[in-house]
Design a binder for this molecule. Structure first.
Ligand SMILES: [Zn+2]
Length: 363
């Protein structure tokens, strides 16, 4: 079997070993599965490229796949590879492969960015990397603590000689009861894949003032890891591959889906998005935490920002008009966003979050 990956055409006969090209229909009784937003097995799709892809992938993973089975991956630059996850909520078809991650191979080792959403996915990432290179995995950079980005980290923690890098804010999350709740939620869909889960404490914590950076150099490559505060989680990082002009922006902007606001700060997010576009205007590629990578001028950033600004301006007006939280959430409908993935699931919680956030700011 062949499929195209970013650059060139790569033979992948055994790569798809653990990926079901599913022929079954979703079970109708599973009310948590919504085929519009989840993974519809009837619409299995792997795009030709993970860059400016018109449609996101629709990958169905087999429940009985092994940790040694590689995942589909895309080459998005010289020595740079991306796991292009489903644009969906976690479900029993995508098995938590609902975000992006990636790795860069240098002549002295591999740098991994994010760990996907379960210990099993972490193991499958490692198996995939092992297919591409024999270089040791030297770094895992966790852009933030959310499950879809960090719950595979335990698989990497077990490797010899690896350094895990994360934001200092992660520590607060790892000690909070939110961690337990989110682990239980994931286990409710994919208990076996979550087996062996343990929170991973980074070896190196990135902290300091906003936009300060921590630089690592490996095999002739330079990686600038920027502290972009807690705009989306308990602490967010972005990563620049200096020589390649590739920026891993994590959940600072979403492509092909509506953002999720549950931990962060919408005002801060808007500021950081402005900074991102200015600072990296000359970048060649941005890779978001969800959806396809994008070439300049990176329209996903403004699109995400417009949505967030609109939530804020609607809320400001609603508060001036004396609307309650409930009334505001009920009235805040953005019709042109309705067809965008995860609108139905995330929009009301986002509206709720921004109202409470802005109410807090009044005091
Ligand atoms: Zn995410």
């Amino acid at each position: 079997m062949y499929f195209k990956m970013g650059v060139g055409l790569i033979v992948l006969s055994n790569l798809l070993a653990g990926v079901a090209i599913a022929q079954t229909s979703p079970t109708k009784t599973d009310t948590r599965q919504d085929p519009r937003f989840g993974t519809d097995p009837a619409r299995n799709n792997l795009p030709d490229s993970a860059i400016n892809a018109s449609r996101p992938p629709n990958i169905v993973l087999k429940a009985n796949a092994r940790g040694s089975d590689p995942l589909p991956y895309f080459r998005i630059g010289p020595d740079t590879y991306m796991f292009f996850g489903n644009v969906a909520e976690v479900d029993r078809y995508n098995r938590g492969f609902n975000g992006n991650a990636g790795f860069i191979v240098t002549r002295e080792g591999v740098v991994v960015i994010d760990a996907l959403g379960s210990p099993k996915l972490g193991r499958r990432m490692i198996s995939t990397i092992r297919m591409v290179t024999n270089q040791p995995i030297r770094y895992l950079i966790l852009t933030h603590n959310h499950p879809d980005h960090a719950y595979g980290a335990i698989a990497f923690r077990q490797l010899d000689g690896i350094t895990v890098i994360g934001h200092k804010g992660m520590l607060r999350y790892l000690e909070s009861e939110r961690l337990e709740r989110s682990v239980d939620y994931r286990r409710s869909f994919i208990p076996d894949d979550m087996a062996g889960f343990k929170p991973v404490h980074p070896d190196v914590l990135v902290d300091g003032r906003l936009y300060s950076k921590h630089t690592i150099r490996l095999g002739g490559r330079t990686f600038d890891i920027y502290n972009v505060s807690d705009h989306h989680s308990f602490g967010d990082l972005i990563v620049l591959q200096q020589e390649d002009g590739i920026v891993w922006i994590s959940d600072l902007a979403f492509n092909q889906r509506v953002t999720y606001m549950g931990d962060g700060n919408s005002k801060r997010a808007v500021e950081v998005q402005d900074w991102l576009l200015k600072k990296f205007a000359g970048a060649r590629l941005m890779v978001p935490g969800h959806g396809s990578a994008q070439r300049p001028p990176f329209p996903m950033v403004r699109k995400t920002q417009d949505y967030m600004k609109r939530l804020r301006s609607f809320t400001t007006k609603a508060m001036q008009d004396g609307l309650s939280l409930q009334e505001t959430v009920d009235q805040m409908d953005f019709p042109e966003w309705r067809k965008v993935r995860l609108y139905e699931l995330n929009h009301r919680p986002n509206a709720n979050f921004v109202y409470l956030e802005m109410e807090q700011d009044l005091f």
